[in-house]
Design a protein around this ligand. Structure first.
Ligand code: SAM
Length: 482
């Protein structure tokens, strides 16, 4: 039997089945333990000193107790704490992105994904470089600056050279005032050498969803193909970091396994990255299983309600306070709106989950990876965010300024985010308003910028931001950043 060891590089030691089972027992035994739950909430509270605001986060055991807690008043406190942590570390900025599906060729047999190789219903497509250019122009014309590229796993059709060439194409497209300034990558687990190539290609975050941390279920859900190998998949982030990628994004596909098990595994994975590499995950995504071509979510037993989903988000926010959290258009506008209050800091907008979907007038369904719930335009999403008091941010400055890994975390910890991310968000919002927004969104946006400039603590920074925004509005200048 594998021994639990967060510092180990072996999947079954740092994501340890017995430790997760004991954690779940401990959490269940303490779900009414008000004293312990109060103490855990107290520990996680942000504390201020002269160096800034800090939160120590929580261990997987502590976080699991919060998730299990069934005392309504303490659950309320938990939601309030999640909101406070979000506000203290991320403020009211929400980073915007869109997925770009390059290819749905896939050799894996994942039972929940319509791209599985046995699915003969869907039309298989792989974008050529010319088609990628067209998709990128369509995305730039909406106002996107940050993409997450997605591809199935297929060493013949989608080799690493194809992914690298596509990244290069994406960065080179300059259409009107548009530019893609950060490309995040969501492709299958690969080798250290390939991660190094991705790093050299200038990617932002490497994202890989674990799908499930439960090894036995993992092997059943991935019966065939390279993804079947649980250890290779689970150890991917360590290889990515060894290859020089500082920013990695974790995620679980909720609905496949028991959510409490997944949650404990996810927090353990974050603890492991921190213990081994000195820096936790840059982002955590919270996808839920959705209907898709030949996939019926009701065939999977572990679907979760919106209430539980929100509690999971709040508990992740409290447990890993410096990690960005992402929600996609798998979720409805209503759920997304509520999740933003509980810790989400990044959302996609106007997504098309089919290969080549952005250049089609109608939303195509023939090669979609999953049904999109939130089908609004980017302009609508941006306007909606501002109506709720959030600042939509198209900022990509951090990694372009070399603030990745622990350097980004230290920005969070010292509160410098307000002198850096805040003006960057306002300047990139001004670009969006000038180049892509409807008159209504533009009006809302400039009113928000006017008000939010006042929240930049350093006078000098405030003045520079103001003058840059004037240059964006009046002199067609672009791409300022702190
Ligand atoms: N092929 C890559 C891999 O093996 O990790 C990743 C790209 S895949 C296009 C992106 C993610 O979509 C998967 O990791 C999975 O979590 C999610 N996904 C697959 N089927 C889904 C479904 N039916 N509903 C919601 N999300 C799904």
């Amino acid at each position: 039997m594998a021994e639990f060891n967060l510092k180990s590089l072996k999947a079954e030691e740092f994501i340890n089945h017995e430790e997760i089972l004991e954690t779940l027992e401990y959490a269940e035994a303490n779900k009414h333990n008000a004293e312990l739950i109060e103490a855990i909430l107290e520990k996680a509270k942000p504390k201020r000193d002269e160096a800034g605001t800090h939160s120590v986060g929580l261990t997987h055991r502590e976080a699991s107790v919060l998730l299990a807690c069934d005392i309504p008043e303490l659950n309320e406190k938990m939601f309030a704490l999640a909101k406070q942590i979000k506000q203290d570390f991320y403020g009211n900025r929400i980073v915007m992105f869109a997925p770009l599906y390059l290819s749905n060729y896939c050799v894996n047999g994942c039972t929940y994904c319509p791209y599985h190789y046995q699915n003969k219903n869907i039309c298989r497509k792989k974008l050529t470089q010319e088609e990628i250019e067209k998709e990128v122009i369509a995305l730039q014309d909406m106002g996107h600056k940050r993409l997450a590229i997605e591809a199935g796993e297929d060493p013949v059709n989608n080799p690493i050279e194809y992914i690298l060439e596509s990244i290069d194409t994406i960065y080179k497209v300059k259409h009107k005032n548009g530019a893609i300034r950060r490309v995040n990558v969501n492709i299958a687990a690969t080798t250290v050498e390939n991660y190094r190539k991705l790093k050299d290609a200038g990617i932002g975050t490497y994202i890989l969803f674990q799908e499930t941390y439960h090894k036995e279920s993992y092997e059943k859900l991935h019966p065939t193909g390279p993804k079947h190998n649980y250890a290779y998949h689970t150890e991917a982030m360590d290889r990515a970091m060894e290859g020089g990628i500082d920013d990695v994004g974790l995620g679980v596909l909720f609905g496949l396994e028991l959510y409490k098990y997944e949650f404990a595994g996810l927090i353990m994975h974050a603890e492991h990255l921190e213990a081994v590499h000195g820096v936790g995950p840059h982002t955590i995504s919270v996808p839920r299983l959705k209907r898709a071509d030949d996939i019926d979510p009701s065939k999977f037993d572990n679907g979760i309600s919106d209430e539980i989903f929100k509690k999971i988000i709040a508990c992740i926010r409290i447990a890993v306070p410096y990690t960005g959290m992402i929600i996609s258009t798998r979720e409805s506008a209503k759920v997304r709106g509520e999740a933003l209050e509980l810790g989400i800091s990044q959302i996609s907008g106007a997504s098309r989950t089919s290969v080549g979907g952005y250049t089609e007038k109608e939303r195509p369904h023939d090669s979609e990876q999953f049904d999109v719930s939130d089908q609004r335009t980017l302009d609508e999403v941006v306007g909606w965010l501002m109506e709720m008091g959030h600042i939509p941010s198209f900022c990509t400055a951090c990694y372009r300024e070399g603030r990745t890994g622990d350097r980004f975390m230290s920005l969070c910890k010292t509160g410098q985010i307000l002198n850096c991310c805040h003006p960057n968000a306002l300047m990139t919002l001004a670009e969006f308003l000038e180049d892509y927004a409807s008159p209504h969104t533009k009006e809302l946006g400039y009113a928000m910028i006017e008000k939010e400039l006042g929240n930049i603590p350093k006078e000098k920074v405030r003045e520079i931001a103001k003058s840059n925004i004037d240059a964006i509005r009046n002199n067609n200048k672009r791409d300022f950043r702190f």
